[in-house]
Design a protein around this ligand. Structure first.
Ligand code: DI6
Ligand code: FE
Length: 418
């Protein structure tokens, strides 16, 4: 079934029986021993009961039955960091980098983020929607049930608005949970570049005009900044965080991707939901994140595309007990990735996450990074029915295969969409 037809997709209400629950990704009402067939009860689009098929409460016995066929069941996947809505693409820049140019050199030469800004500004809202739709459908076909979508390629009120409106429309049309993030402070817009005070003037615009206007339109679930040498300083980042705090909007940060700017410590002080990238994260940044309950979002697609060699401090994050999420960082420059399962595989192979860590990274911890810990990323009673049945024997296969989509049945927002 085409994801766009979700409105007409059949209801998932009833008893889903003969399932194999992936360990660690379900909280059952009655404990399910490994190897024992499990059932899920869905009523009104909400999970009502999770447990061994043999222990199904009598009250649910009359409901319609769906045979799970012994398939592996997980919660719907959560992609907690994407820049999915933009105009154009940047294959030419990919070629430049292959010829030896660094990401920073490409950016300084007028390519990089700013070239996507030009294409995004030139596109209408409908054109941006049409470009983003197949990208989102590809992610959804692999079981994504909640996704974050950032702005940051408009860099002017009307164009940032366009991006965020498209993100909202995509969520409504496809019946998927979309969390929007305002990333006005992603790059300095070309019209501010080279001007004295240009960066501060733009940050003033972001804080005093763009953010309040977009928040008033209900388009901003969170606020993000690219805190980096080629983007915004620590002081500028803090100004944006203060503006978000005044509006009661949670923050997150693109932190320590190319250098250690101390962004994670700052973000932790503002109770950030997540710090993302963090290849250059220091030990005191880790401790600050741990104390603040901030999720570490790992983005192996960008690490891979940039041929980075600086690994994020996985062992230290693990030792400190910082929850780790894994995401696509889908964007046209550094991570043109449309497979969250491939990112789980790469998080294991490149970053040395264990398989259970990678699976928590694309479910429970990713949900937490979006403030969705109570509704997404875990199969449990009381949550909206978002789950996936996989043509797999064991959960480890989710991170093991790549270039293959094993999703057989997808239930999203209580409907059987695939
Ligand atoms: N970090 C990234 O990896 C992306 N944005 C960011 O702040 C890259 C965005 C791009 O190159 O278009
Ligand atoms: Fe990003």
């Amino acid at each position: 079934m085409n994801n766009a037809d979700r409105i007409t997709a059949p209801s998932a209400d009833g008893v889903w029986e003969n399932l194999h629950l992936a360990p660690g990704l379900a909280s059952a009402d009655v404990a399910v021993a490994e190897g024992v067939p499990a059932s899920l009860v869905v009523q009104g689009g909400v999970l009502r009961w999770v447990g061994p098929s043999a222990a199904l409460p009598a009250a649910y016995a009359p409901l319609a039955r769906h045979d799970g066929g012994g398939l592996l069941a997980t919660p719907g996947l959560v992609d907690c960091h994407t820049h999915l809505v933009y105009g154009g693409q940047r294959a030419g820049e990919f070629a430049m980098r292959l010829a030896g140019a660094s990401y920073e050199e490409v950016a300084r030469a007028g390519g990089g983020i700013v070239s996507s800004v030009r294409a995004t500004r030139a596109a209408s809202e409908d054109e941006l929607y049409a470009a983003a739709l197949p990208r989102l459908q590809t992610l959804l076909a692999e079981g994504v049930c909640a996704i974050e979508i950032k702005s940051g390629y408009g860099l002017a009120l009307e164009h940032e608005r366009k991006q965020l409106r498209v993100a909202r429309r995509l969520g409504e049309r496809l019946g998927v949970t979309v969390r929007t993030t305002f990333l006005g402070a992603h790059a300095l817009p070309p019209e501010y570049a080279g001007k004295p005070q240009g960066s501060q003037d733009y940050i003033d615009l972001v804080c005093n005009q763009m953010l309040p206007a977009l928040a008033a339109e209900g388009l901003v679930d969170a606020v993000d900044v690219f805190c980096e040498r080629i983007a915004f300083s620590l002081g500028e980042t803090e100004q944006v965080f203060q503006a978000a705090q005044r509006l009661g909007i949670p923050v997150k940060l693109h932190a320590e991707q190319l250098s250690d700017m101390g962004g994670s410590r700052l973000a932790a002080r503002y109770g950030a939901m997540s710090c993302d990238h963090i290849e250059h994260l220091s030990q005191d940044g880790i401790e600050a994140m741990q104390a603040a309950g901030t999720v570490a979002v790992l983005l192996p697609g960008a690490y891979y595309t940039l041929r980075d060699t600086q690994l994020p401090p996985i062992a230290q994050l693990r030792a400190a007990g910082v929850p780790m999420a894994v995401s696509t960082d889908h964007n046209p420059g550094t991570s043109p990735a449309l497979s969250l399962l491939l990112m789980a595989n790469m998080a294991c192979t490149l970053f040395r996450l264990t398989v259970p860590e990678a699976l928590a990274g694309i479910t429970t911890h990713a949900a937490r990074a979006l403030g969705l810990a109570d509704t997404h990323g875990l199969i449990a009673a009381g949550r909206p029915a978002n789950f996936v049945l996989w043509q797999l024997r064991e959960a480890a296969e989710l991170a093991y295969w790549f270039g293959h989509n094993p999703a057989r049945t997808i239930v999203r927002q209580g409907r059987i969409v695939q």
